[in-house]
Design a protein around this ligand. Structure first.
Ligand SMILES: O=C(CO)[C@H](O)[C@H](O)COP(=O)(O)O
Ligand SMILES: [Fe+2]
Length: 221
């Protein structure tokens, strides 16, 4: 297992004050940025120009979650603009191994996401091409949805495959992660947690991040 990380999603932040909102999550391990194109998912958020502005506003690692079609074409741009980690959806990639290698060649960590109903088994042999796997625990597209417990067995199977690979690949969950759900996800084997509404709805987001981290650490032990 790698160490526990809490990556707040700025999808739930006030976009009119993004730099201040980023400063409020200073205890985070990285900043999760949701890029949506209104095609892969029925929602539109931001593209490379805004991510470039976020890059300039913080030294925190950027964890870019691309919910866009034609990831093979667009994902490398986010590595080029200085993101530490770029996640593409396997459902939107024609050549995931080539894309993962391309992201790494451009200096980013390569991460692949799976929607809740996408099985992990066809991709078990390519895990070593990746730095992280993201298992969505909601249908992608919106913040504030409920955690899907139906994904827990897939988290367990992915954890076993990662341990069997002998390579320290991170296992991220995204969607509905809160103080009520993070322990279940950590017990199943996740070690990187995205939380949007749970962090930004808190009176003190930095404290909420620390509390989530402690819950996950205890559950992982
Ligand atoms: O990728 C996402 C949605 O597609 C977001 O990262 C996710 O929903 C985070 O928000 P919340 O914690 O409120 O569920
Ligand atoms: Fe996300």
């Amino acid at each position: 297992m790698t160490g526990i990380a809490i990556n707040p999603s700025i999808l739930s932040a006030d976009f009119s004050r993004l730099a201040e909102e980023i400063a409020r999550i200073d205890t985070s391990d990285a900043i999760h940025v949701d890029v949506m194109d209104n095609h892969f998912v029925p929602n539109l958020t931001m593209g490379a120009p805004v991510v470039k502005a976020i890059r300039a506003a913080t030294d925190k690692p950027l964890d870019i979650h691309l919910m866009i079609e034609d990831a093979d074409r667009w994902a490398p741009d986010y590595a080029d603009l200085g993101a530490e980690s770029v996640t593409f959806h396997v459902e939107a990639s024609g050549a995931p191994i080539r894309l993962a290698r391309e992201l790494r060649a451009r200096g980013a960590e390569a991460s692949m996401a799976l929607k809740p109903a996408t099985p992990i088994e066809p991709y078990m042999d390519m895990l070593t091409e990746l730095d992280m796997v993201l298992l969505m625990t909601v249908e992608p597209g919106f913040g504030g949805q409920s955690f899907l417990d139906v994904v827990l067995p897939k988290i367990q199977r992915a954890r076993k495959a990662i341990e069997d690979s002998g390579v320290p690949i991170a296992l991220q969950v995204d969607g509905g992660v809160s103080a009520d759900t993070i322990e279940r996800a950590a017990e199943a084997g996740a070690d990187v947690f995205v939380a949007g509404s749970a962090v930004y709805s808190a009176a003190d987001p930095a404290k909420a991040i620390d509390e989530l981290r402690e819950l996950a650490r205890t559950a992982q032990r």
